[in-house]
Design a protein around this ligand. Structure first.
Ligand SMILES: CC(C)(COP(=O)(O)OP(=O)(O)OC[C@H]1O[C@@H](n2cnc3c(N)ncnc32)[C@H](O)[C@@H]1OP(=O)(O)O)[C@@H](O)C(=O)NCCC(=O)NCCS
Length: 260
């Protein structure tokens, strides 16, 4: 596997790869490929950390970073990094590419003297490379929330010491217009729209107490279960080890890796 900086001639291939990787994680329409396209043009984009993974001359993975910040109570801001989307071609997933892209770019980020990386992502995947819930560092989302999918990774020991407050990232992540997404999507070869799978496919397998617990989350689609960590589900009244195993198995049946 070769890990190297993305080049302008890779842009379209990387957008296709992103679209393929996220197709089954998109509710209404996949917008992650437009996000990548936009991210390369925002002022917070960090081109030195825009990496692809190549296997036998084919691009099979990509990671992209922007500068973000944590602002403390007095309004003082601390510059940090955020990555995403992180994409691996479906045929190459679970072969170490995602991990390799992260480890390589963390090393480069350290050389560039960044302190830490903060992300929103699969809460049981990213701890494998050292991420911890942001709550452990006294960092909340911009609106003061914490949940396991909101995570931080100091790039060196003590890098986040004394840095607490609210997290802000580039508004491009939250501001993709639906018409722009559709227009962009139409420039790619047709792909059968992904119909999100109902969470009832999971509920049907659970005993009543566990079903009530999951219903309480008000999650409609199976893929959104990946926003919750195994620890968060285990803490719900009515969820026991057997129910957690059922969640893991049912999600796996539909192609979603979930849990520790
Ligand atoms: C999520 C993703 C980036 C992971 O990259 P990858 O190269 O497939 O994963 P790696 O090879 O680095 O890691 C594989 C290991 O992590 C585990 N893993 C993968 N996804 C996981 C998840 N969502 N939750 C928990 N563990 C997960 C695998 O089971 C495997 O475990 P093992 O080593 O014990 O067998 C990749 O699968 C992907 O592009 N998915 C679709 C798009 C996406 O969801 N991107 C991330 C958004 S936050």
């Amino acid at each position: 596997m070769i890990l190297r900086l993305e080049r302008p001639e890779d842009y379209r291939t990387v957008e296709e790869l992103t679209r393929d990787a996220f197709w089954k994680n998109s509710r209404h329409m996949c917008d992650e490929h437009l996000l990548v396209n936009r991210l390369r043009n925002v002022s917070s984009f960090v081109k030195e950390l825009d990496y692809v993974a190549e296997m036998n001359g084919k691009i099979v993975g990509h990671i992209i970073y922007t500068k973000s910040k944590v602002e403390d109570g007095s309004g003082k801001g601390y510059e940090l990094l955020t990555f995403g989307p992180l994409s691996v071609s479906p045929e190459y997933q679970n072969t170490g590419i995602g991990k390799a892209l992260m480890l390589k770019t963390f090393e480069e980020a350290r050389k560039l003297r960044y302190r830490a990386v903060i992300i929103f992502g699969h809460p049981d995947y990213y701890p494998r490379v050292g991420f911890r819930p942001a709550s452990e560092f006294g960092i909340t989302t911009a609106d003061g929330k914490n949940f396991d999918a909101f995570m931080a990774l100091p790039l060196y020991p003590g890098a986040l010491d004394g840095i607490t407050g609210r997290f802000f990232f580039d508004p491009v992540y939250d501001n993709l217009d639906e018409e722009d997404v559709l227009e962009f999507e139409n420039t790619f070869p047709h792909k059968e729209p992904f119909v999100p799978l109902s969470v009832s496919l999971l509920l049907a397998h659970l005993k009543p107490e566990a079903r009530i617990a999951i219903e309480g989350l008000r999650i409609k689609h199976l893929d959104v279960m990946s926003h919750k960590s195994e620890a968060e589900l285990s803490a719900l009244p009515g969820m026991d080890a057997q129910s957690i195993d059922i969640v893991r198995k049912v999600l796996a049946e539909y192609g979603y890796r979930w849990g520790r």
